[in-house]
Write a protein that binds this ligand. Sequence first.
Ligand code: GAR
Length: 212
Amino acid sequence: MKRIAVLASGRGSNFQAVIDAVGRGEVPAVCSALITDNPRAYAIDRAEKAGIPVFIVDYDASASKEEYEQALSEVMRAVAADGYILAGYMRILGTGIVREFRGRIINIHPALLPAFPGLHAQRQALACGVKVAGCTVHFVDEGMDSGPIIVQACVRVRQGDTEEMLAARILESEHRCLPAAIRLFCEDRLRIEGRLVRILPRTGESGSTNRA
Ligand code: GAR
């Protein structure tokens, strides 16, 4: 059974989706830690309810970004997870951490990457007038939301959508895609080949695609 640690900065609804999927036996993993940069994150309440140990590395209380990254990497090493899941973790990981844990850090982003990386992805999508939005789960590399893509799902943009309306529908699909991607990771079925993530079939299956 794999060990996963979740990094979250706020509300933690994706973290909850992971907790629930693990609880239903859909993801062969133990969720062994919540790591947060924000001592007021609601994700902490969710972890406590689920009996998951919480590690707070308070960004605002750190003297510098370097000190924060140093403390964060120590916690990541100490929890000794197989995979680190960024579920609404709203900071860019330093290159030292990305290199040390390469291929083991997974992020969810509320857009069809490579379109609309960074903050306010749903607002960016509406401003561009796209007809289809969505979410992406990907491995983290040194860039911003630029690593190899594991799973994506489309969400239709409706006329009259506000940012909140679109974000809410994308979030529903995030809650399906993130556990699906973690499951593939925990089943050792992901192979990173350059920019491509190949999904290995389950024994007895002939092939698979990158769609949840
Ligand atoms: C989610 O929509 C997630 O995709 C996004 O923040 C939200 C967190 O919600 N993450 C990013 O934009 C990272 N670039 P949650 O705390 O309820 O899971």
